[in-house]
Design a protein around this ligand. Structure first.
Ligand SMILES: *Cc1c(COP(=O)(O)O)cnc(C)c1O
Length: 429
């Protein structure tokens, strides 16, 4: 498969180049040249396929012969080495739990897949790639864990000081080895801007920088799997399916829409946001106007200018009607989020953390408009990762899972930085 830059359709690269570049030299995000269509027979028999078999069918056309079948199957099996339960919490409402991986965040899947692709491409080389990543919370931990010890790759993570939870901070600052955490005096958008600047800096060319945010196709594409896994379970209800994704950089929802374009029968997508409402405002007013990010209790979605929205637009370039039919986007306050956490808990005895709860709210609204449907929201993190919010809001005490217990005993190690010059100096060493 070839990939073009969203800024220039003539600029075509291979899967490997797209993964190692992260962002195209003209700053455009990469996008597959064609969207492969899956056979009807695949959907007819999806119930009988394992997660690994589904994932292989879905991702293989995006890679072609650049990774041999046997290697790719191994990468997929390491990527998906945990469960993805779809939990029914009401008659027509399901929670797709994406938090059973090593860092208890959905980003584990993308990070593990990408690290192993990069590891494969670097196996016979003697210079390292440097993965540079900005995190609003969960990316950092998932990337740190996913890349830990992968040969040929150094990882540098930028995170906004005091704007991630204690557990999130420990997950990205305590591993050591090939992982370094830079603690930025600023917000997530400052981190993201610095990362973008470094990619375009000619003085850093020789560093072979690449991204591990959802702008990187190897992080982004495997997120399609979730939607297929949910469909596998929901098909038997024979009803239109709605999904609501708690959205920050819009990578997840954009992967879901790509899955739909491949033929997956999901009828409607809701991108639900917290107070960072750039996309909901765009749908309402028709003007795309990013704003600086606002801190909320669902901090992994505190993104003022979602990078992947351009990919969604690309998939609907000439079809505004289809876009309006397939896609909606709503924003919710922290108060509304806490209230719904309480009501989900008292009605269904289900503990949703703030991101999942935001997803639930968007789903509830869409289901009210299309009551004959069933729906699922993505529960993108384990409640323990947002313990500071979950415990007081629900008056519960959470048990600490063993993945988390391990990092709580380790010591934070980070390098404080203020502006781009400091990042550049670090990378130039
Ligand atoms: C990253 C993240 C999101 C947002 O996902 P995007 O793909 O950036 O929209 C939502 N919830 C949690 C817990 C996350 O870590």
């Amino acid at each position: 498969m070839q990939y073009y830059s969203l800024n220039n359709k003539e600029h075509l690269v291979s899967f490997q180049e797209a993964v190692t570049n992260g962002l195209a030299p003209d700053k455009g995000l990469y996008f597959p040249k064609e969207i492969p269509k899956l056979e009807a027979s695949f959907f007819d028999s999806i119930e009988s396929l394992s997660h690994e078999e589904i994932a292989f069918e879905v991702i293989q056309p995006y890679i072609g012969n650049e990774i041999p079948e046997k290697e790719l199957k191994k990468i997929i099996s390491e990527t998906l080495s945990f469960k993805f339960p779809l939990v029914q919490i009401e008659n027509n409402v399901f929670s797709l739990e994406l938090f059973h991986g090593p860092t208890m965040a959905f980003k584990d899947v993308g990070a593990r897949f990408m690290s192993r692709c990069l590891g494969y491409f670097n196996k016979d080389k003697d210079t390292n790639n440097t993965v540079l990543v900005a995190t609003s919370g969960d990316t950092g931990g998932a990337v740190a864990s996913g890349f830990l010890g992968v040969k040929g790759v150094d990882v540098v993570i930028l995170y906004p000081s005091k704007k991630v939870s204690d557990i999130q901070e420990r997950q990205l600052t305590t591993l050591g080895q090939n992982i370094t955490a830079l603690e930025v005096d600023g917000v997530f958008d400052d981190c993201q801007d610095m990362v973008k600047k470094a990619f375009l800096d000619p003085d850093l060319k020789h560093k072979k920088l690449t991204s591990a945010n959802s702008i990187n196709i190897a992080r982004w594409l495997p997120q399609m799997f979730y939607f297929f896994f949910a469909y596998k379970e929901l098909k038997k209800y024979n009803k239109p399916i709605i999904t609501s994704c708690p959205s920050g950089n819009f990578g997840n929802i954009c992967a879901g829409i790509l899955a739909k374009k491949m033929g997956l029968p999901i009828h409607h997508f809701v991108a639900t946001t917290n107070a960072n409402d750039t996309v909901p405002r765009f749908l309402r007013d028709g003007v795309y106007q990013p704003k600086p990010s606002i801190a909320t209790i669902s901090n992994a979605m505190d993104v003022g200018n979602p990078s992947n929205f351009v990919r969604i637009q690309e998939m609907y370039t000439n079809d505004l009607k289809a876009f309006e039919k397939d896609f909606s986007s709503y924003s919710y306050s922290d108060e509304a989020t806490k209230e719904i956490m309480q009501s989900i808990y008292s009605n269904s005895h289900y503990i949703a953390e703030p991101h999942g709860a935001v997803g639930y709210l968007g789903l509830q609204r869409a289901l009210a408009l299309q009551p004959e449907s069933i729906g699922f929201f993505l529960e993108t993190a384990h409640p323990i990762k947002f313990l500071d919010i979950v415990e007081p809001t629900l008056s519960v005490t959470l048990k600490i899972p063993k993945q988390i217990q391990t990092v709580l005993n380790k010591h934070k190690k980070s390098i404080p930085i203020k502006e781009y010059a400091a990042l550049k100096e670090y990378l130039s060493k």
